[in-house]
Design a protein around this ligand. Structure first.
Ligand SMILES: NC(=O)c1ccc[n+]([C@@H]2O[C@H](COP(=O)([O-])OP(=O)(O)OC[C@H]3O[C@@H](n4cnc5c(N)ncnc54)[C@H](O)[C@@H]3O)[C@@H](O)[C@H]2O)c1
Length: 252
């Protein structure tokens, strides 16, 4: 499988590069990043591409939402499926994915780790039974280099709650004030940032005299590469459409 890594020079881009190099069935043939270069082992180009670009079977994208629309145009033009892991996608970027998915298999998730996606399944199981009597709060923690807050994963988990219950809740980002008792119609989402904290997501179901806490911790970014490569193997065999990690887990 010939792969173009979008966000090639970034932290995840380099981890994906190493993971692909260790896989005998995969090969990195090019990179997309803000800075063009022909000095490295593969050509690195910007979008929209002006010169020749390598032939590829798949794009793996860990870059920035500012690139998503141009990236989807590139994939449509070159007929290349994509695994999109970039977070903080807004409605325009999501529309670009949906448009590409009309003609190509497109994979998208805010979190590539198998563990987080199993946590989402557990939430789907728990949330409906606890809907009426338990408050729901999410706390996420990340290192000081993370730009967006709350994390895309925290929003993804909150969305899972809302998709699983009868009366979707309003997202409440942080809490500050003198008269701010929790409301059953709210779902609190809180972000802690600093130092070299590993990525952590906890969801709390808070009831009368009892609490359920489901927590996931990432100790290394390699788990995202493992998930991205599993998504890569899955997506190249699919028909056009939008896919996520649930589809990969179900296919296992
Ligand atoms: N879905 C997941 O499981 C998962 C896991 C980790 C990171 N991420 C996401 O992946 C993205 C990258 O994370 P990172 O830690 O590697 O960040 P990073 O800042 O280290 O790397 C981003 C790379 O993208 C490039 N880039 C940014 N905007 C660009 C543009 N408009 N055109 C071309 N190149 C551009 C940058 O030059 C940089 O090399 C983020 O959105 C992050 O939240 C997702």
């Amino acid at each position: 499988m010939r792969i173009i890594i979008s966000g090639y020079i970034g932290k995840m881009g380099q981890i994906i590069n190493e993971a692909v190099a260790a896989d005998p069935d995969m090969e990195v043939v090019g990179g997309i990043d803000m800075k063009e270069s022909n000095d490295g082992p593969v050509p690195v180009f910007t979008l929209p591409a002006t010169g020749d670009v390598p032939e590829a079977d798949l794009v793996i994208d860990f870059s920035n939402f500012s690139l998503t629309e141009a990236l989807m145009d590139f994939c449509i033009e070159k007929k290349i499926p994509a695994v999109v892991a970039t977070t903080a996608l807004g409605s325009e970027q999501k529309a670009a994915l949906a448009k590409a998915a009309e003609t190509l298999p497109i994979f998208n998730t805010a979190n590539m780790s198998l563990g987080i996606n199993l946590l989402a399944k557990m939430i789907r199981l728990a949330a409906p039974s606890l809907e009426n009597d338990f408050n729901v709060e999410i706390i996420e923690k990340h290192h000081k280099m993370k730009a967006d807050a709350p994390s895309g994963t925290a929003i993804m988990l909150a969305d899972v709650v809302n998709e699983s219950i009868e009366a979707p809740k309003n997202y409440l980002f942080g809490r500050h004030g003198k008269d701010y008792k929790p409301n059953m119609t709210d779902l609190g989402i809180h972000a802690v940032r600093g130092g070299t904290l590993p990525g952590e997501h906890s969801i709390y179901f808070l009831g009368l005299d009892e609490v359920i806490e489901l927590k996931h911790t990432v100790y290394s970014r390699k788990v995202f590469a493992t998930g991205a490569l599993a998504a890569a193997r899955f997506i190249v065999k699919q028909q056009p459409g939008l896919y996520n990690m649930d589809d990969v887990i179900s296919a296992k």
